[in-house]
Design a protein around this ligand. Sequence first.
Ligand code: S3P
Length: 448
Amino acid sequence: MSGHGTPIPMSSHRSTGLSGTADVPGDKSISHRALILGALSVGETVITGLLEGQDVLDTAKAMQAMGADITRDEHGTWRVHGVGVGGFAEPGQVIDCGNSGTGVRLIMGAMATCPITATFTGDASLNKRPMARVTDPLALFGAQAVGRSGGRLPMTIVGADDPLPVRYTVPVPSAQVKSAVLLAGLNAPGQTVVIEQEATRDHTERMLAGFGAQITTEDTDEGRVIILTGQPELSPQTIVVPRDPSSAAFPVCAALITEGSDVLVPNIGLNPTRAGLFTTLREMGADLSYENQREEGGEPVADLRARFSPDMTGVEVPPERAASMIDEYPVLSVVAAFAKGDTVMRGVKELRVKESDRIEAMTTGLRANGVAVEDGPDWWIVTGRGMGNVRGGATCASHLDHRIAMSFLVMGLATQSPVHVDDGGPIATSFPVFEPLMADLGADIRRG
Ligand code: S3P
């Protein structure tokens, strides 16, 4: 598990002509939710395409500890026999969510309106991250939280015996907070209302509706108003998890900056709450096309085709697009280093409380590799050097953050000298097949 194992130093070396098909794994956000909602329904939910990264495996273990029966067959099909809304058993052990903010925050929400007590912990990264953003609204339902100072894990949540429904305006653009409140609302009587000023990924809403909950979303002057009717019986579902656009970002960006590349990344979900990176790359002049556009399971899907794009230019990313590409800014900053001119990213202070402070981690690593970067509390600007002109040669710290590790490894494919990463271990949290997948495309990424 990331943060618990021996560091895995990695390096990436100038490569040319990445080609072939990159079958990236299932969507992390959807995988967590499929397990949790499966655990909250009565009967058997069948999941294919589940991301088998450590973050999701930790959520599966947590659901088992709370009474769900979860199995995986030799074909990779997962079956979840749930306990029903309000039916979680009190776990006999501390729940270790590893590196996963999504896992811990969603599970806290789901158990906060059940009459059980659970203690949560994580790795060194997760135990630094703010939890008050979730425990504040959960307190409105009647749940109590006791954690370390600053609202950090390890933390114990005493679920409400007699939960109240809640009306809550999410103060930060966060799908995790929104989802924690909605999952808590599942076992509260009456209607729970969540209002978000900026639209964030809507997988929880879509999946709750799919499991048979009564849920509506309306865009109003106040923001996006989501109303959930509590205490439904959720019906088990068959879920095909789409592939993760956040993982697709790495082979796509690698192809754009690596001379002579032409890579196909099939079956990628282009839900507008997730696809901001691809829009931005196209604005920069990337040769990135959507082929075979279609709808699958109510989600827009396409095959992405990315080709080497030597003439990209920097852009100003509209701040209102931030939520739809929040996990992609690290790899965007790498592409920006190879573009001409400045790429300006504003309204991104949430990046400071991810698996690492991603602005700090990227700024430090980009500078060490010869790229000029300026940053402030909620903005950063990368001054591109143009294709072929990025020096490289430095070792970057991944700070227990999978996306930082993968971003710098993508960068080293096109720098003059190799780029080193102190620990590639965290990549297994979200993209366990990153190394073989990139090797198959022709990328020279090595251990050591
Ligand atoms: C996620 C929401 C985002 C994102 C994370 C996954 C989710 O976090 O960064 O990787 O699945 O709900 P925030 O809700 O903190 O923005």
